[in-house]
Ligand binder design. Structure first.
Ligand code: GTP
Ligand code: MG
Length: 727
């Protein structure tokens, strides 16, 4: 807000509330601190408020003529929040006792400033003398001009009759005081030193002194004392502050003071002090213990103004109740219209699939709307109006919810019904039967075919309908529709046309008979199939039995073959071992036999030589003996003989060795024969094996180059030897 705007203006006999100001105020959600300034006209009230508001450019008009400048009540929203959280708003009011206003109007403006503010600055010029008290006579009127509640009027009347007017007015003032704001007496152009009985006093003390009843008699004295008492009774929290003249230059004062350049430094200092005092002391605006926000202030203002315009006394409680009611109504309407808009925005026949889904959604929105209402009326929580309107909101929401659902159902039904009609028309050919012509047989054929066609058409209809129908009433409309249309359709097709029905029945009967024959044939062939199947089953069973037995045998055979295989492997290993032994023995025997034969041959030769020598020597000995008797020769011969004997002995010895070798050879031959017999047995056993084992037994590939056994034997010893062994 760049400048102050009028809140209340005089319009003829009435006071008018400015809607622009109301709109602005109603937008203020924060609690308010309202500082109002009132007092005699042309006493620098607007100037003071501009100074307090610390604005570069004056926001309240300041006049420099004798004509009253401010008319009605103006407001300026500083948009600042004080430490107590209140948004600071200044009220500037029209001066009292101006030439162009009557006492009644002044009283109304004065009363409204009081009733609407939380901090009330009463601006007066100079000291609080008798004249100043006279000028404040309106205060003494307040208790008669403002009611706390209606019953008070009746009480007032009865009490006046009882002669208790004075005392009861004071009592009423005391009650009224609870609803009145803190007051600051701002004494302008105050030049005197504050002293009492020669001692310096504070402005507050000065005020209290000034408000004390004066002694003396007479109507004027009583009236002033009455005003003093009214001030004391109505304003329990009182402050007083003095300000010097802002400027010594009369011309400047007359032309209007410039807040930035014309003011005396002392005045500026006093203003600063006053500002901080006021802002520290200014409380939140409260009524009946409740903080007031912008909308509530508007409501109260209107209530008071309406009462005044109706020439009835403004009634605080009634205005407050009205205010609460309006707050609740506004909160109710705001919340309810939000609820309605949410429903309209979020729920329609395209997304509400079922009533259950609808109520689930509603529950969420309902909680939100109640929450919103509670926040809006939080400042008035606990008041009966809040409870009433919360209940009303719940009822309205429920009613709207039900109606909204009804409208959804209605719309969904309409959509489904028109859709069903359209889709039916598209999917179900009309007047099929009436169009069909031809002989009975053809018609029967046609009608038999038509069952499938009809079924297919129905399926098409259902599919098309399901894909586009809104879920909420889809099924119910479909059922209703089908009830009507299918009966009608079927009626059209099968009842209304008796001829075709008969044809259909005949055709159907024929078809049924054909089908029965078919079924009978099918049964017969089925029985045959079953029988054949059973036989096949038996055969299969047997085959399975055989296979199982074969499998068992195979298993057994497998076991036997494995055992045989193991046995044959063992035998083969044994045979191989034997073969190696035999080979080794044969080799040894061969070597031995060769040696022996050589020895025998050499011994035979030696023996032959010896025998030849012996025969020779014997012949010589015989010839010697025969020839003769020479002892010497005989001796020599004897020596030779001895020598020959020795040789013979050697030969005999050789013969013995030869015999031994022969024996050895003979024994070796015996062993070889025994070995051959063993081998022969083995070969007999081997030859009794299946050929495959023989092949396995004698196959080469063991890494030692062992070939076929027979071949090996033949290779090493020749066939003659092998044959000799096995002969
Ligand atoms: N003597 C004196 N004059 C002042 C003071 N403050 C302002 N003025 C002058 O008083 C004249 C009136 O000032 P306003 O602020 O318009 O007075 P007002 O009380 O608002 O007048 P209305 O709205 O007509 O009642 C102006 O010329 C100011 O310059 C002051 O403290 N002392
Ligand atoms: Mg003014």
């Amino acid at each position: 807000m760049e400048s102050a705007i009028p809140l209340l203006q005089q319009h003829g006999e009435n006071i008018v509330v400015n809607e622009e100001a109301c709109k602005h105020l109603a937008s203020i959600k924060e609690n308010l601190v309202i500082i109002a300034c009132t007092g005699m006209y042309r006493t620098g009230k607007s100037f003071l408020l501009n100074s307090l508001a610390q604005v570069e450019k004056p926001v309240f008009n300041v006049g420099n003529t004798t004509d009253a400048c401010t008319k009605g009540i103006w407001i300026y929203d500083t948009k600042k929040l004080l430490e107590n959280g209140g948004r600071l708003i200044y009220f500037d009011s029209e001066g009292l006792a101006s030439l162009d206003q009557d006492e009644n109007y002044d009283a109304k403006i004065f009363s409204l400033s009081l009733l609407l503010s939380s901090y009330f600055i009463l601006n007066t010029m100079g000291v609080i003398d008798e004249g100043a008290i006279d000028r404040l006579f309106l205060v003494s009127e307040l208790s008669k001009r403002i009611l706390i509640e209606k019953d008070q009027v009746e009480n007032e009347n009865s009490k006046v009759k009882d002669g208790k007017d004075k005392k009861d007015t004071d009592d009423n003032s005391i009650k009224l005081a609870r609803h009145f704001p803190r007051i600051l007496f701002c004494l302008r152009d105050f030049v005197l030193s504050l002293e009492h009985n020669g001692k310096p006093i504070t402005p507050d003390v000065y005020l209290e002194n000034a408000l004390e009843s004066r002694t003396g008699k007479g109507r004027r004295v009583d009236e002033r004392n009455e005003t003093r008492a009214a001030i004391r009774n109505l304003f329990r929290d009182r402050d007083c502050y003095t300000l010097i003249r802002p400027c010594n230059d009369e011309n400047k004062m007359r032309q209007g003071l410039d807040l930035s350049s014309d003011l005396r430094p002392d005045f500026i200092q006093q203003l600063d002090t006053l500002r901080s005092r006021v802002l520290d002391a200014a409380p939140l605006k409260r009524v009946d213990g409740t903080n007031i926000n912008g909308a509530m202030l508007v409501s109260l203002t209107k209530a008071y103004v309406n009462a005044m315009n109706a020439n009835v006394l403004p009634e605080i409680k009634s205005a407050w109740n009205q205010c609460l009611q309006e707050v609740c109504i506004n909160a109710y309407e705001e919340a309810f219209s939000w609820f309605k808009s949410i429903l309209k925005d979020e729920l329609d026949i395209s997304n509400v699939a079922s009533v259950q889904y609808y109520y689930q959604q509603i529950t969420q929105h309902k909680n939100a709307v109640l929450n919103q209402f509670n926040v809006s009326v939080s400042s008035a929580s606990g008041k009966s109006q809040v409870t009433t309107y919360r209940k009303k909101l719940v009822e309205s929401v429920d009613e709207y919810t039900d109606n909204f659902l009804k409208s959804l159902i209605f719309n969904s039904k309409e959509q489904c019904q028109s859709l069903a009609a359209k889709v039916w028309k598209d999917a179900i050919p009309q007047n099929v039967h009436t169009q069909s012509k031809g002989d009975t047989a053809d018609k029967s054929k046609e009608n038999v075919v038509e069952y499938d066609v009809i079924l297919s058409n129905y399926v098409t209809f259902l599919s098309n309908y399901d894909s586009e129908a809104t879920l909420l009433c889809r099924d119910i409309v479909l059922i209703e529709f089908l009830k009507k249309m299918v009966l009608e359709d079927v009626g059209n097709k099968f009842e209304k046309n008796n001829y075709i029905n008969t044809l259909n029945i005949n055709t159907l009967n024929a078809a049924i008979r054909r089908k029965e024959n078919d079924i009978s044939n099918l049964n017969t062939s089925l029985e045959r199939e079953i029988k054949r199947g059973k036989e096949q089953q038996e055969t299969t069973k047997k085959a399975v039995g055989v296979l199982e037995r074969r499998l068992l045998n195979a298993e057994e055979q497998k076991k036997t073959v494995n055992a045989l295989l193991k046995e044959e492997v063992r035998k083969r290993e044994e045979a191989l071992s034997l073969r190696r032994d035999s080979q080794r023995l044969l080799s040894e025997e061969k070597t031995k036999s060769k040696g022996l034969e050589d020895s025998i041959r050499s011994f035979k030769n030696e023996i032959d030589n010896l025998q030849m020598k012996f025969v020779h020597y014997k012949r010589e000995v015989d010839s010697l003996v025969k020839a003769k008797e020479d002892e010497h020769i005989t001796s020599l011969i004897l020596n030779d003989i001895v020598e020959q004997v020795v040789l013979i002995q050697v030969a005999e010895k050789s013969n013995a060795t030869l015999q031994k070798v022969k024996d050895e050879l003979s024994r070796s031959m015996d062993e070889r024969s025994a070995m051959a017999i063993k081998l022969q047995d083995l070969m007999v056993k081997i030859s009794s094996l299946p050929e495959i084992y023989q092949r396995v037994l004698f196959r080469s590939g063991d890494g030692e180059g062992v070939g076929d056994f027979y071949d090996q034997v033949a290779d090493e010893d020749g066939t003659s030897m092998f044959s000799s062994w096995f002969s």
